[in-house]
Write a protein of this length. Sequence first.
Length: 262
Amino acid sequence: MKVEVEEPTTELQRPKIDFYSASVLTGDATAEDLETIKRHTSVYVYETPVRLWHWINAAAILVLCVTGWFIGNPPPTMEIGEATNQFVFGYIRFAHFAAAMVMTIGFFGRIYWSFVGNHHSKQMFRLPIHKAEWWKEVFFEMRWYMFLEKEPKKYVGHNPLAQIAMFFFMTLGMTFMIVTGFTLYAEGLGADHWLSTLTGPILALVGNSQVMHSLHHLGMWAIVIFVMIHIYAAIREDIMSRQSMVSTMLSGHRTFKDDRPE
Ligand code: HEM
Ligand code: HEM
Protein backbone atom coordinates (compact mmCIF):
# COMPACT_ATOMS: atom_id res chain seq x y z
CA MET A 1 0.00 0.00 0.00
CA LYS A 2 1.30 3.40 -0.86
CA VAL A 3 1.60 5.70 2.12
CA GLU A 4 1.37 9.39 1.50
CA VAL A 5 3.98 11.23 3.51
CA GLU A 6 3.12 14.81 4.12
CA GLU A 7 6.03 17.16 3.53
CA PRO A 8 6.45 19.62 6.39
CA THR A 9 5.33 23.00 5.22
CA THR A 10 7.72 25.88 5.60
CA GLU A 11 6.88 29.51 6.18
CA LEU A 12 7.00 30.19 2.42
CA GLN A 13 5.07 27.10 1.37
CA ARG A 14 2.16 27.66 3.73
CA PRO A 15 -0.79 28.55 1.48
CA LYS A 16 -2.25 31.98 1.76
CA ILE A 17 -5.40 31.54 3.81
CA ASP A 18 -7.55 33.53 6.14
CA PHE A 19 -5.85 32.57 9.43
CA TYR A 20 -8.87 33.37 11.53
CA SER A 21 -11.37 31.33 9.53
CA ALA A 22 -13.14 28.66 11.60
CA SER A 23 -11.31 25.77 9.92
CA VAL A 24 -7.83 26.99 10.90
CA LEU A 25 -7.74 26.62 14.64
CA THR A 26 -4.13 27.62 15.05
CA GLY A 27 -4.87 31.22 14.15
CA ASP A 28 -1.88 33.08 12.80
CA ALA A 29 0.64 30.24 13.41
CA THR A 30 3.58 30.01 11.06
CA ALA A 31 4.85 26.68 9.73
CA GLU A 32 7.49 26.73 12.45
CA ASP A 33 4.83 27.25 15.12
CA LEU A 34 2.87 24.31 13.77
CA GLU A 35 5.95 22.10 14.02
CA THR A 36 6.47 23.18 17.63
CA ILE A 37 2.93 22.59 18.85
CA LYS A 38 3.01 19.03 17.49
CA ARG A 39 5.32 18.20 20.41
CA HIS A 40 4.09 17.91 23.99
CA THR A 41 5.66 20.96 25.61
CA SER A 42 4.11 21.16 29.07
CA VAL A 43 4.38 19.21 32.31
CA TYR A 44 1.75 19.25 35.08
CA VAL A 45 3.77 20.39 38.09
CA TYR A 46 1.73 22.17 40.78
CA GLU A 47 -1.43 20.30 41.76
CA THR A 48 -4.63 22.14 42.68
CA PRO A 49 -4.10 22.05 46.51
CA VAL A 50 -0.60 23.52 46.08
CA ARG A 51 -1.87 26.32 43.87
CA LEU A 52 -4.87 27.07 46.08
CA TRP A 53 -2.62 27.10 49.12
CA HIS A 54 -0.11 29.41 47.41
CA TRP A 55 -2.63 32.14 46.69
CA ILE A 56 -4.61 31.84 49.94
CA ASN A 57 -1.34 31.88 51.88
CA ALA A 58 -0.08 34.90 49.93
CA ALA A 59 -3.31 36.79 50.71
CA ALA A 60 -3.12 35.82 54.42
CA ILE A 61 0.51 36.94 54.63
CA LEU A 62 -0.35 40.26 53.01
CA VAL A 63 -3.07 40.86 55.64
CA LEU A 64 -0.71 39.72 58.44
CA CYS A 65 2.05 42.11 57.35
CA VAL A 66 -0.22 45.14 57.01
CA THR A 67 -2.11 44.55 60.27
CA GLY A 68 1.08 43.43 62.06
CA TRP A 69 2.78 46.64 61.02
CA PHE A 70 -0.09 48.64 62.58
CA ILE A 71 0.06 46.54 65.76
CA GLY A 72 3.78 47.34 66.06
CA ASN A 73 3.31 51.01 65.07
CA PRO A 74 -0.13 52.00 66.34
CA PRO A 75 -1.54 55.13 64.70
CA PRO A 76 -2.13 58.10 67.01
CA THR A 77 -5.54 58.29 68.61
CA MET A 78 -8.02 58.51 65.79
CA GLU A 79 -10.60 61.22 65.98
CA ILE A 80 -13.35 59.08 64.53
CA GLY A 81 -15.53 59.39 67.56
CA GLU A 82 -15.54 58.87 71.27
CA ALA A 83 -13.13 56.12 72.29
CA THR A 84 -16.04 54.10 73.53
CA ASN A 85 -17.73 54.28 70.12
CA GLN A 86 -14.84 53.01 68.00
CA PHE A 87 -13.19 49.67 67.61
CA VAL A 88 -10.55 50.36 64.92
CA PHE A 89 -7.64 48.71 66.67
CA GLY A 90 -9.91 45.81 67.64
CA TYR A 91 -10.67 45.25 63.95
CA ILE A 92 -6.96 45.43 63.08
CA ARG A 93 -6.15 42.78 65.68
CA PHE A 94 -9.17 40.70 64.64
CA ALA A 95 -8.00 40.73 60.99
CA HIS A 96 -4.49 39.74 62.17
CA PHE A 97 -5.76 36.81 64.19
CA ALA A 98 -8.24 35.66 61.51
CA ALA A 99 -5.47 35.68 58.85
CA ALA A 100 -3.15 33.96 61.33
CA MET A 101 -5.64 31.08 61.71
CA VAL A 102 -6.00 30.80 57.91
CA MET A 103 -2.21 30.75 57.48
CA THR A 104 -1.72 28.19 60.27
CA ILE A 105 -4.40 25.76 59.08
CA GLY A 106 -3.20 26.22 55.48
CA PHE A 107 0.37 25.45 56.52
CA PHE A 108 -0.67 22.20 58.21
CA GLY A 109 -2.69 21.32 55.11
CA ARG A 110 0.36 22.04 52.94
CA ILE A 111 2.55 19.80 55.14
CA TYR A 112 -0.03 17.01 54.76
CA TRP A 113 0.00 17.52 50.97
CA SER A 114 3.78 17.15 50.88
CA PHE A 115 3.22 13.52 51.96
CA VAL A 116 0.37 12.64 49.60
CA GLY A 117 1.07 15.01 46.69
CA ASN A 118 3.44 14.66 43.76
CA HIS A 119 7.25 14.88 43.86
CA HIS A 120 7.29 18.68 43.40
CA SER A 121 5.02 19.24 46.40
CA LYS A 122 7.81 17.89 48.64
CA GLN A 123 10.50 20.31 47.42
CA MET A 124 9.65 23.09 49.87
CA PHE A 125 10.17 20.76 52.83
CA ARG A 126 13.15 18.63 51.85
CA LEU A 127 16.48 19.97 50.64
CA PRO A 128 18.73 17.33 49.01
CA ILE A 129 21.83 18.81 50.68
CA HIS A 130 23.70 15.49 50.47
CA LYS A 131 23.78 15.65 46.65
CA ALA A 132 26.82 17.35 45.09
CA GLU A 133 24.92 17.85 41.81
CA TRP A 134 22.24 19.85 43.63
CA TRP A 135 24.88 22.19 45.13
CA LYS A 136 26.42 22.67 41.68
CA GLU A 137 23.04 23.80 40.42
CA VAL A 138 22.59 26.13 43.42
CA PHE A 139 25.82 27.91 42.43
CA PHE A 140 24.85 27.87 38.78
CA GLU A 141 21.55 29.60 39.66
CA MET A 142 23.40 32.19 41.77
CA ARG A 143 25.55 33.05 38.75
CA TRP A 144 22.45 33.14 36.53
CA TYR A 145 20.68 35.57 38.89
CA MET A 146 23.82 37.74 38.94
CA PHE A 147 23.79 37.87 35.12
CA LEU A 148 27.04 35.86 34.97
CA GLU A 149 25.61 32.97 32.91
CA LYS A 150 24.35 33.42 29.37
CA GLU A 151 21.96 30.51 29.13
CA PRO A 152 19.57 29.44 31.93
CA LYS A 153 18.87 25.79 32.76
CA LYS A 154 15.48 24.15 32.55
CA TYR A 155 13.68 23.14 35.72
CA VAL A 156 10.38 21.33 35.94
CA GLY A 157 9.84 22.11 39.66
CA HIS A 158 11.55 24.86 41.70
CA ASN A 159 15.12 25.73 40.82
CA PRO A 160 17.52 24.81 43.68
CA LEU A 161 18.07 28.44 44.73
CA ALA A 162 14.33 29.11 44.91
CA GLN A 163 14.02 25.87 46.85
CA ILE A 164 16.54 27.08 49.46
CA ALA A 165 14.76 30.44 49.78
CA MET A 166 11.38 28.74 50.17
CA PHE A 167 12.71 26.33 52.77
CA PHE A 168 14.37 28.98 54.97
CA PHE A 169 11.95 31.90 54.57
CA MET A 170 8.70 29.98 54.24
CA THR A 171 8.95 26.51 55.80
CA LEU A 172 11.11 27.67 58.70
CA GLY A 173 9.89 31.30 58.54
CA MET A 174 6.22 30.41 58.84
CA THR A 175 6.94 27.90 61.61
CA PHE A 176 8.75 30.68 63.50
CA MET A 177 5.86 33.13 62.98
CA ILE A 178 3.29 30.56 64.09
CA VAL A 179 5.24 29.61 67.24
CA THR A 180 6.00 33.22 68.28
CA GLY A 181 2.50 34.42 67.22
CA PHE A 182 0.66 31.80 69.25
CA THR A 183 2.91 32.45 72.24
CA LEU A 184 1.82 36.11 72.11
CA TYR A 185 -1.79 35.08 71.53
CA ALA A 186 -1.72 32.81 74.58
CA GLU A 187 -0.83 35.79 76.75
CA GLY A 188 -4.15 37.35 75.83
CA LEU A 189 -5.99 34.14 76.69
CA GLY A 190 -4.68 34.12 80.26
CA ALA A 191 -2.22 32.10 82.27
CA ASP A 192 -4.71 29.33 83.04
CA HIS A 193 -5.49 28.60 79.38
CA TRP A 194 -4.11 25.34 77.92
CA LEU A 195 -2.31 27.29 75.18
CA SER A 196 -0.37 29.23 77.83
CA THR A 197 0.66 25.93 79.42
CA LEU A 198 1.97 24.85 76.01
CA THR A 199 3.75 28.09 75.08
CA GLY A 200 4.87 29.11 78.61
CA PRO A 201 8.30 27.41 78.26
CA ILE A 202 8.89 29.23 74.93
CA LEU A 203 8.14 32.58 76.56
CA ALA A 204 10.44 31.68 79.45
CA LEU A 205 13.15 30.71 76.95
CA VAL A 206 13.24 34.12 75.25
CA GLY A 207 12.87 36.01 78.52
CA ASN A 208 9.75 38.16 78.33
CA SER A 209 6.84 39.31 76.22
CA GLN A 210 8.70 42.35 74.84
CA VAL A 211 11.48 40.17 73.40
CA MET A 212 8.83 37.85 71.93
CA HIS A 213 7.11 40.84 70.28
CA SER A 214 10.44 41.99 68.82
CA LEU A 215 11.29 38.53 67.48
CA HIS A 216 7.83 38.20 65.91
CA HIS A 217 8.23 41.68 64.44
CA LEU A 218 11.70 40.91 63.00
CA GLY A 219 10.26 37.72 61.48
CA MET A 220 7.85 39.91 59.54
CA TRP A 221 10.70 41.83 57.91
CA ALA A 222 12.39 38.57 56.89
CA ILE A 223 9.15 37.50 55.20
CA VAL A 224 8.71 40.91 53.54
CA ILE A 225 12.24 40.62 52.09
CA PHE A 226 11.44 37.11 50.81
CA VAL A 227 8.20 38.28 49.19
CA MET A 228 9.93 41.17 47.40
CA ILE A 229 12.70 38.95 46.01
CA HIS A 230 10.20 36.18 45.24
CA ILE A 231 7.91 38.36 43.13
CA TYR A 232 10.90 39.92 41.36
CA ALA A 233 12.29 36.44 40.59
CA ALA A 234 8.92 35.06 39.44
CA ILE A 235 8.42 37.90 36.95
CA ARG A 236 12.09 38.03 35.90
CA GLU A 237 12.17 34.27 35.25
CA ASP A 238 8.87 34.38 33.42
CA ILE A 239 10.57 36.71 30.95
CA MET A 240 14.18 35.49 30.98
CA SER A 241 14.06 31.76 31.69
CA ARG A 242 13.22 28.99 29.23
CA GLN A 243 9.96 28.06 30.93
CA SER A 244 6.71 29.55 32.17
CA MET A 245 6.49 30.80 35.77
CA VAL A 246 3.52 32.87 36.90
CA SER A 247 1.02 30.96 34.73
CA THR A 248 2.41 27.72 36.21
CA MET A 249 1.17 28.82 39.64
CA LEU A 250 -2.22 29.52 38.05
CA SER A 251 -2.78 26.51 35.79
CA GLY A 252 -0.30 24.04 37.28
CA HIS A 253 1.34 23.46 33.88
CA ARG A 254 4.96 24.31 33.15
CA THR A 255 5.42 25.14 29.47
CA PHE A 256 8.82 25.27 27.84
CA LYS A 257 10.02 27.77 25.31
CA ASP A 258 12.35 25.39 23.45
CA ASP A 259 12.70 21.62 23.12
CA ARG A 260 16.34 21.17 24.13
CA PRO A 261 16.29 18.78 27.12
CA GLU A 262 18.86 20.43 29.44
C1 HEM B 1 2.84 37.11 50.05
C2 HEM B 1 3.13 36.76 48.84
C3 HEM B 1 3.69 35.43 48.41
C4 HEM B 1 4.20 34.39 49.15
C5 HEM B 1 4.35 34.32 50.65
C6 HEM B 1 4.58 33.35 48.22
C7 HEM B 1 5.13 32.13 48.59
C8 HEM B 1 5.44 31.10 47.71
C9 HEM B 1 5.84 29.78 48.08
C10 HEM B 1 5.97 29.30 49.51
C11 HEM B 1 6.04 29.07 46.96
C12 HEM B 1 6.42 27.59 46.88
C13 HEM B 1 5.16 26.84 46.58
C14 HEM B 1 5.23 25.37 46.91
O1 HEM B 1 6.22 24.69 46.60
O2 HEM B 1 4.25 24.89 47.51
C15 HEM B 1 5.81 29.94 45.84
C16 HEM B 1 5.93 29.61 44.52
C17 HEM B 1 5.67 30.47 43.49
N1 HEM B 1 5.14 31.75 43.59
FE1 HEM B 1 4.73 32.75 45.26
N2 HEM B 1 4.31 33.77 46.95
C18 HEM B 1 3.75 35.04 47.02
C19 HEM B 1 3.32 35.82 46.00
C20 HEM B 1 3.50 35.52 44.68
C21 HEM B 1 3.14 36.37 43.58
C22 HEM B 1 2.49 37.74 43.69
C23 HEM B 1 3.49 35.70 42.43
C24 HEM B 1 3.34 36.13 41.01
C25 HEM B 1 3.87 37.23 40.52
C26 HEM B 1 4.06 34.44 42.82
C27 HEM B 1 4.52 33.49 41.96
C28 HEM B 1 5.01 32.26 42.31
C29 HEM B 1 5.48 31.28 41.36
C30 HEM B 1 5.53 31.46 39.85
C31 HEM B 1 5.90 30.17 42.08
C32 HEM B 1 6.50 28.90 41.52
C33 HEM B 1 7.96 29.16 41.36
C34 HEM B 1 8.67 28.00 40.74
O3 HEM B 1 8.08 27.36 39.88
O4 HEM B 1 9.81 27.71 41.15
N3 HEM B 1 4.06 34.36 44.19
N4 HEM B 1 5.43 31.18 46.33
C1 HEM C 1 3.51 35.92 58.33
C2 HEM C 1 2.94 35.88 59.50
C3 HEM C 1 2.87 36.99 60.49
C4 HEM C 1 3.32 38.29 60.43
C5 HEM C 1 4.07 38.96 59.30
C6 HEM C 1 3.00 38.93 61.71
C7 HEM C 1 3.34 40.22 62.06
C8 HEM C 1 3.14 40.77 63.31
C9 HEM C 1 3.71 42.01 63.78
C10 HEM C 1 4.64 42.91 63.00
C11 HEM C 1 3.26 42.24 65.05
C12 HEM C 1 3.61 43.41 65.96
C13 HEM C 1 4.73 43.00 66.89
C14 HEM C 1 5.16 44.15 67.75
O1 HEM C 1 5.97 44.96 67.27
O2 HEM C 1 4.72 44.24 68.89
C15 HEM C 1 2.40 41.14 65.40
C16 HEM C 1 1.75 40.99 66.59
C17 HEM C 1 1.04 39.88 66.93
N1 HEM C 1 0.83 38.75 66.16
FE1 HEM C 1 1.56 38.41 64.34
N2 HEM C 1 2.32 38.03 62.48
C18 HEM C 1 2.25 36.84 61.79
C19 HEM C 1 1.66 35.66 62.21
C20 HEM C 1 1.00 35.52 63.40
C21 HEM C 1 0.40 34.31 63.86
C22 HEM C 1 0.38 32.96 63.10
C23 HEM C 1 -0.18 34.57 65.05
C24 HEM C 1 -0.95 33.57 65.88
C25 HEM C 1 -2.08 33.81 66.39
C26 HEM C 1 0.08 35.96 65.37
C27 HEM C 1 -0.31 36.61 66.53
C28 HEM C 1 0.10 37.86 66.91
C29 HEM C 1 -0.20 38.44 68.21
C30 HEM C 1 -0.99 37.79 69.34
C31 HEM C 1 0.39 39.71 68.22
C32 HEM C 1 0.37 40.73 69.36
C33 HEM C 1 -0.87 41.52 69.30
C34 HEM C 1 -0.89 42.66 70.28
O3 HEM C 1 0.09 42.84 71.04
O4 HEM C 1 -1.90 43.39 70.28
N3 HEM C 1 0.81 36.52 64.34
N4 HEM C 1 2.36 40.25 64.33
